[in-house]
Design a protein around this ligand. Structure first.
Ligand SMILES: *Cc1c(COP(=O)(O)O)cnc(C)c1O
Length: 365
């Protein structure tokens, strides 16, 4: 069985290092907000190219806490791609704001040319989601944000270390939000997240907010939350980060092989926007008309695939209250019926990939 993702493989590449670090943290007797968190925050900020990093409990927390501290809430609108992951939309609505959806382009990221039409006098921010590991067009997005005085929050949960125009994503907007959910590029061994920013005051407030609104113990200056990155995850993330460039290059090699060796004309391979690069969080093909059939065909050959994502947020039950109907975002809805994520994980063998490529090329051939 070839799985769509295989976290055990990546773990096994450096298992001894993780075990050593885990024991070190357990033996230290210090588990929350200590030296591992501080060190990881410094290392992550440096890796991304931001001044500050604040470790949090999840990627969703990074999103909603960003909006909260940027004062974006009830009555405000936030622009987001219609084909986003549901967490992106929840990050907006948790503060009472309204998501305003914009269709994606052929790169499966927000179509920046359609953003201006979606701006109203209630628009306060753009949430730029770097989906599947590929950067959005941050030049256009930042130009629009400056023109209309909007905040920009980057959702880099799937984009750990890729670039737009040579600059790492997460450094363009007011904040860059990261999830370290185990399947993400730099994945923890549990839940974890972070925000990067160059804004010193905002970084300070984020640190206070994540810890019940207190800087000094029992002196609570605001109603905050409990969203602390723990020492064990931070320590393990430091080990992961030390290998992240190797992981990203390996995924690029796997993607290049799919690009060159998949020849079945029914399969549309992912396109990369000129100026962007991808860390290949997912290798997403479009299979118009035959997606479900191909998925079954591969499953029968013991090859697992996934759909990111089968139900667009505007059609999910959670957002029925927004009043959208099928047909409101035709490109997004078409994508939901066409996209398929092929097996992609660190530690994937050449033989495994040959099996996947062979099966795909033999489909209806
Ligand atoms: C994973 C993910 C999130 C949420 O992160 P969690 O750590 O699971 O809360 C948000 N946005 C995107 C694009 C994601 O892929």
């Amino acid at each position: 069985m070839i799985m769509p993702n295989n976290l055990g493989r990546q773990y096994s590449l450096h298992a001894d290092e993780y075990k050593k670090k885990a024991c070190e943290v357990l033996d230290s007797g210090w588990y929350i907000l200590g030296k591992e968190v501080t060190a990881f925050e410094e290392e992550w900020a440096q890796y991304i190219g931001s001044k500050y990093c604040v470790g949090l409990a999840s990627g969703l927390d990074a999103l909603w806490i960003s909006f909260r501290l940027l004062n974006i809430g009830a009555g405000d609108e936030v622009i987001v791609c219609a084909n986003a992951y549901i967490a992106c939309v929840m990050g907006i609505t948790m503060n009472g704001s309204t998501p305003v959806f914009v269709e994606p382009d052929q790169y499966d990221n927000i179509d920046a040319d359609k953003i201006e039409k979606a701006i109203t006098n209630k628009t306060k921010a753009i949430l730029a989601v770097h989906l599947y590991g590929q950067a959005c067009d941050m030049t256009k997005i930042m130009d629009i944000a400056h023109k209309y005085n909007l905040k920009v929050v980057e959702d880099c949960a799937q984009s750990h270390g890729n670039h737009w125009d040579g600059k790492t994503v997460g450094t363009f907007g007011d904040v860059g939000c990261f999830s370290f959910y185990p399947s993400k590029g730099c994945g923890a061994f549990g839940d974890a997240g972070a925000i990067v920013t160059d804004n010193e005051e905002l970084a300070k407030m984020l640190r206070i907010f994540r810890n019940y609104g207190s800087e000094k113990r029992y002196h609570n200056m605001m109603v905050g939350s409990n969203s602390r990155l723990d020492e064990l995850q931070a320590g393990l993330l430091r080990v992961k980060l030390s290998h992240l460039d190797e992981f990203n290059s390996e995924r690029c090699r796997i993607a290049t092989r799919y690009d060159t060796e998949i020849t079945n004309p029914l399969i549309q391979k992912p396109q990369i926007r000129p100026g962007a690069d991808s860390t290949w969080h997912q290798y997403v093909v479009h299979v118009p008309g035959y997606r479900d059939e191909l998925m079954e065909y591969l499953k029968a050959r013991e090859i697992g695939t996934l759909i990111h994502y089968p139900i667009p947020p505007h059609l999910s039950d959670a957002y029925a209250y927004l009043g959208y109907r099928k047909g409101d975002f035709p490109i997004t809805e078409k994508n939901a019926d066409e996209v398929l994520s092929l097996p992609m994980y660190n530690g994937m063998t050449d033989d495994e990939q040959s099996v996947v490529i062979g099966a795909i090329n033999s489909f209806k051939n």
